[in-house]
Write a protein that binds this ligand. Structure first.
Ligand SMILES: C[S@@+](CC[C@H](N)C(=O)[O-])C[C@H]1O[C@@H](n2cnc3c(N)ncnc32)[C@H](O)[C@@H]1O
Length: 251
């Protein structure tokens, strides 16, 4: 049975940084290079679906004068986000936290970078139409949108694989994921398993199911074009990533 979104994040938010640690280590270099190449200077950044704020220290270091608008609807994720922001003096000065989905975001000055990381597949097709329109309207003339998708571009069965096996104190956390298509849709249902061990004893075990609209960068390009956005660069590395700009490619 699918869980209500808030309830599912109440369980998974605690484990999010453990689960995404390797993912962020692997992608960090590419992420920084893409930003440096396409936006060497930025004053205003919006991070949509900011999660626990893994991107924030990287953004702040790249752009020391930046103001970052961190949009995160899940209260559980925001606890981690707030803890990260409070723990770093540099972030306290430059991060504003918006406790909502992107639709409610109001910014009256043009934005240099809109980041949508690990998020686009959670949006329904209607939400994506609203997102591209909103992002296009917020963007400064030379601004960029950086969006990533999963490395899987159509639904398929993915056998259970471990994504984290991390020791903390005397304990160990094992996190694994498996996925399967949801019949007749573009959705994959991901099953995330969170197990906590004391020595060999399993002391806690949680399962969270979450659906993701599974498509590749081509679909992103065609949908974003409807909002006057074009693909200025495409990277097919471990995290397929697109840089979008306003206007058409001939500009
Ligand atoms: C997998 S996490 C990614 C977190 C972070 N961007 C990262 O890459 O580590 C996806 C996040 O998107 C958020 N999210 C889902 N729907 C959203 C929406 N409509 N507007 C803004 N954020 C949303 C979720 O609450 C969750 O924190």
């Amino acid at each position: 049975m699918m869980m209500n979104e808030d309830l599912s994040y109440l369980i998974s938010a605690e484990f999010y940084d453990l689960m995404s640690e390797q993912h962020w280590l692997r992608r960090q270099e590419d992420f920084v290079r893409i930003l440096q190449t396409h936006k060497p200077y930025a004053k205003r950044v919006v991070d949509v679906g900011c999660g626990s704020g893994k991107s924030l220290p990287l953004l702040q270091k790249l752009y020391p004068e930046v103001h970052i608008h961190a949009v995160e609807p899940s209260g559980a994720m925001r606890i981690a986000l707030m803890t990260r922001v409070l723990g770093e003096a540099a972030l306290r000065h430059c991060v504003s936290i918006y406790p909502s989905t992107f639709e409610y975001l109001k910014i009256d000055q043009p934005v240099d970078i809109i980041l949508l990381s690990g998020c686009v597949g959670f949006f329904t097709p209607q939400e994506r139409v609203r997102f591209w329109a909103k992002a296009s309207s917020l963007l400064a003339p030379e601004g960029i949108i950086v969006v990533d998708t999963m490395a899987i571009s159509s639904p398929l069965c993915v056998a259970q694989q471990q994504v984290a096996n991390t020791r903390l104190g005397t304990q160990r956390y094992e996190i694994s994921m498996s996925g399967a298509p949801v019949d007749g849709t573009d959705l994959m249902r991901w099953r995330m398993q969170f197990d906590q061990y004391e020595g060999e004893d399993l002391i806690r075990s949680h399962t969270v199911l979450r659906d993701w609209h599974t498509f590749g960068l081509d679909r992103v390009i065609s949908e974003a074009a409807e909002a006057d956005l074009y693909a200025a660069a495409q990277e097919n590395n471990s995290v397929p990533t697109l840089v979008l700009k306003r206007g058409s490619a001939s500009h």
